[in-house]
Design a protein. Structure first.
Length: 155
């Protein structure tokens, strides 16, 4: 028996709320593990859906008028560069911006399927790329035009 006087009760432990049965702890652990694995499965399914969509798309070629986004120099200031043409356009800065900020792994310079080439006569860019990359490219051009309209320098 106990050494407590008759009529007195055993004092309640203050740590009772910390006491779990082994089965309760097991159920909690399974619940957390189930939640985390469900999250991961959903994340992987989302990635797989994106990857399947991307792989089902085929690259297309589009031409973009970028006359307002490239700097054009007077050939009289650079006579050795292109004496036969009327203008000298700097496409390199714009192409570098595109290939380093928009899906950098998708361009032919790093082994990807996409390509971008300037057409100096019409001040356009000829881009062969996936449709989702074209969407990002259009957004970039819109942003650059908005910055230029606001008076911010454009690369």
């Amino acid at each position: 028996m106990s050494n407590l006087p008759a009529g007195s009760e055993k004092p309640k432990s203050r740590r009772r709320w910390l006491q779990f049965s082994l089965s309760t702890l097991f159920v909690l652990t399974l619940g957390v593990a189930g939640f985390l694995s469900g999250y991961r499965v959903g994340e992987e399914r989302g990635y797989q859906t994106w990857l399947q969509k991307r792989l089902s798309e085929t690259p297309v070629t589009r031409v973009y008028d970028v006359a307002d986004l490239v700097s054009v120099a007077d050939p009289r200031k650079h006579p050795a560069s292109r004496p036969s043409e009327g203008t000298l356009a700097d496409f390199d800065s714009l192409i570098d911006l595109i290939t380093t900020t928009i899906q950098p792994e998708e361009w032919d310079s790093v082994g990807g399927p996409g390509s971008v080439a300037p057409h100096e006569g019409t001040l356009t860019l000829v881009v062969h790329q996936y449709p989702f990359v074209h969407e990002e490219l259009e957004n970039l051009f819109q942003t650059l035009r908005e910055k230029k309209a606001a008076g911010t320098s454009v690369p």
